[in-house]
Design a protein around this ligand. Structure first.
Ligand code: ATP
Ligand code: BTN
Length: 254
C-alpha cells in the first residue's frame, strides 16, 4: 500500500494471479473476521460473477477485478446505498485515469460513450437489524481488446482503452479507485447518504430519461424522477403512479 492515501479501504490488500471470484474470496475472509477495508484483487477470474446470476468475462492481464469488505453500521435495507457509492467511486477513477466522462446507469453499470465498461456486484451477510459485512465487487474493463468480448453480450460493452484510444495503466487506476472509495465511504459514515446520492445523480445516465425496467416479474415503462433514501429507482409511469424499483435491468428509450 506504499503511498496510498487511505484511512480504511486498502489498508490491507490481498492479490491473486488467478482466483474463482474475488467476491467469493472476500466473503470467506469477511466470514473469518477480516478487517473492514480489506481489498481482494485478481489478475484473472475463472468464475467471475455478474448481476442476476450472470457470468463476468474476466481474462488475465487486461482488466481490474476488485472486491472490498465493508462493515457499515447500517440496516440491510440501506445496503443499496453502498452499491451506488461504489459506482460513483468507479466513475471518478475512470474519469481521472482515462479522461473519459462516464455515466452511471442504475443501479451499477458504468457507461463510456454509451458502452458498458464496468459493473458492480454487492454481496451481503446480515441479520435482521444490522449488516454483518458487505462485499463490494467492482469489475472494470481497462485494456480489454475488441476480440476478447464474447458475441451477443447483453449490453454493448467496451473497455477504457478502446473508448479513450490509449492504454490505461492498471496500478494507477486501482490506486485512484481505492482512494475514491475511501474518501466517499468516510463521508458516508459522517454525513449519511445525501452526498452520495447527489454525486450519483450528477453522473446519472437515467435521471429525467424515459426508460423501461425489466424487473423479472414484469416490464415497467416511465420517466426516472430520481432515487429514494434507500437507493431505489423512482419511475413515474404513463398512468401517473410513482414506482420504486429495487432490482432489474434498465433500458434507456430514445
Ligand atoms: P443468462 O442465463 O441470463 O443468459 P448467463 O449467465 O448466460 O446469463 P450471459 O448471458 O453471458 O450470462 O450474460 C452476461 C452478461 O454480462 C453479458 O451479456 C454482458 O452484458 C455482461 N458482461 C459479462 N462480462 C462482461 C464484461 N467483462 N464487460 C461488460 N459486460 C460484461
Ligand atoms: C455486473 O454488471 O453484472 C456486475 C459485474 C461485477 C464483476 C466484479 S469483478 C470483481 C467481483 N468479483 C466477481 O466475481 N464479480 C465482481
Amino acid at each position: 500500500s506504499a503511498g496510498l492515501a487511505v484511512r480504511r479501504i486498502g489498508t490491507h490488500v490481498v492479490c491473486f494471479r488467478e482466483t474463482g471470484s474475488t467476491n467469493t474470496v472476500a466473503s470467506q475472509l469477511a466470514a473469518e473476521g477480516a478487517a473492514e477495508g480489506t481489498v481482494v484483487l485478481a489478475d484473472a477470474q475463472t468464475g467471475g460473477k455478474g448481476r442476476l446470476g450472470r457470468r463476468w468475462e474476466s481474462p488475465p492481464g487486461v482488466n481490474v477485478y476488485c472486491s472490498v469488505i465493508l462493515r457499515p453500521p447500517i440496516s440491510p435495507l440501506h445496503s443499496p446505498q453502498l452499491t451506488l457509492l461504489s459506482a460513483v467511486a468507479t466513475a471518478e477513477a475512470i474519469e481521472r485515469t482515462s479522461g473519459l466522462v462516464p455515466a452511471i446507469k442504475w443501479p451499477n453499470d458504468i457507461l463510456a460513450n454509451g458502452f458498458k465498461v464496468a459493473g458492480m456486484l454487492s454481496e451481503l451477510s446480515a441479520e435482521t437489524e444490522r449488516v454483518e459485512y458487505l462485499v463490494l465487487g467492482i469489475g472494470v474493463n481497462i485494456n480489454m481488446e475488441r476480440d476478447q468480448f464474447p458475441d451477443g453480450l447483453r449490453y454493448p460493452a467496451s473497455s477504457l482503452a478502446l473508448e479513450a484510444g490509449r492504454t490505461v495503466e492498471r496500478i494507477p487506476f486501482v490506486r485512484s479507485l481505492l482512494e475514491s472509495l475511501d474518501r466517499l465511504y468516510d463521508e458516508y459514515l459522517l454525513k449519511g447518504f445525501p452526498p452520495v446520492r447527489d454525486a450519483w445523480l450528477a453522473r446519472s445516465a437515467v435521471m429525467g430519461r424515459r426508460v423501461t425496467v425489466d424487473g423479472g416479474a414484469g416490464i415497467l415503462a416511465g420517466t426516472v424522477e430520481g432515487i429514494d433514501e434507500i437507493g431505489a429507482l423512482l419511475v413515474r409511469t404513463a398512468g401517473g403512479s410513482l414506482e420504486r424499483v429495487l432490482a432489474g435491468d434498465v433500458s434507456l428509450e430514445g
